[in-house]
Write a protein that binds this ligand. Sequence first.
Ligand code: ADP
Ligand code: MG
Length: 470
Amino acid sequence: MVVPADCALHEAIQVSPLILSDDVRRQKIENHTAKMRLSVATVRKIQDVFISEVNKGIHQQPSSLQMENTYIPELLDRTEEGLYLALDLGGTNFRVVLLELAHGAPIRQEVKKYHIGSELRIGSAIPLFDFLAKCVSDFVIARGLQDVELPLGFTFSFPMIQHSLDVAVLVTWTKTFNCPDAVNKDVVKLLREALDRRADTKVKVVAVLNDTTGTLVQGSTLDPNVAIGLILGTGSNACYLERADRVEHWETERHGEKEVIIDIEWGAFGDNGVLDFIKTDFDRENDANSLIVNSFTFEKYISGKYLGEVVRVILARLTKEGLLFVGETTLHSLLTPGTLTTDLVSKIEQDSVDGGNSNTKEVIKKFGIIPDEDDIRVVQYVCEVASNRAALLVSICLAGLLDRIDKEQVAIAVDGSLYKHHPRLENWMKRYISLLTSGRQFKLILAEDGSGKGAALVAAIAQRLQERLQ
Ligand code: ADP
Ligand code: MG
């Protein structure tokens, strides 16, 4: 049965038509990329699979969604005052952040970035954590705060299993870090021990979190209706405020909590095969070219680290099939994995928004290729198809979350360069989410620096919870 909502959705998810001088070529290109365009039936199926995986994860059954309890049971209540620290490890820079709060709102912030040399990132964990502790001490002492008790929130952007608000066991290092002796250890304990070895400040580590959770909490200072945090940057993840009575994994004593932030870890959605029905040959190749194959299935469809590569893989295939850049001989760069980064996709998409083609030409020329008019249209089409699929996939999951949250109005706090700079994602997401949720009101708001400011705010919440229990 075709319902009106499905008709509207069908209309909304159509990409711009590909118009080429050669209709046979157009037809072939559309056929090659057909599986990248999701039908309404497939969208509904993904929605069902996501909800099913969320439920399984929450009920501790096998699921590709970890649904981690963050043990953050409430947001700011506006009584938070004073100075809080954050430590941000795992992003592009290692940072120490000092935040001053008045009535639960930031009134002053100081940030210092530090470089972690490769000799510290690889090897034993002790020198690494000693370095982190030294940076904290230097930062605190330089501000004359060594005798002030400073609660610290530790943003640790690596896979971890949380046992409480301030106990998190490292599952594995990723990115450029590899200190094997820290795996299976509590990273908060490692940091506390390093701070204790110095014993030159009164810094107190009270919470450990990731950037997604920090984004939700940071967003809640901008809009009180924030109940979802979303990252669309190098990677992708989301978290949301879940009803506490639905959460089975809860290792600490409960104190009548009504809600708790659940970190979905949705980058791994589909790692158990539940999303295989949307996987294309292009996705298989993208996966094969990635650092850790057969993992982070969902992230590889949508995030900044991979979107450009998906586009490149499609363009390379069309070129090999004789459907693009016909007669070009300098294809080496285009055929090399990793050469088409996602910022270039944004650039090309900007042309589609403006109705121009100068950016597209510029990008293609960087690859040493001189495109004709049809080549430009094909490249723009492929960027739109891949970007649109990413927007749709993210929206399907966000709509599923909105329907799960018992609130009339929900604001979604978003951070990440892909969201900030891609010229069409936000508009597509607004449209798709509103068509996919069963009538929930929502807003997308930009909440920057969840891993810094957000972590200091989490420290303030943690401190308040501790005081209440004493
Ligand atoms: P992180 O995720 O490491 O905290 P960001 O949120 O800044 O950092 O995301 C960086 C990622 O965003 C890059 O890996 C890149 O893939 C993507 N990116 C950077 N610039 C753009 C852009 N102009 N358009 C789309 N994606 C971008
Ligand atoms: Mg980030």
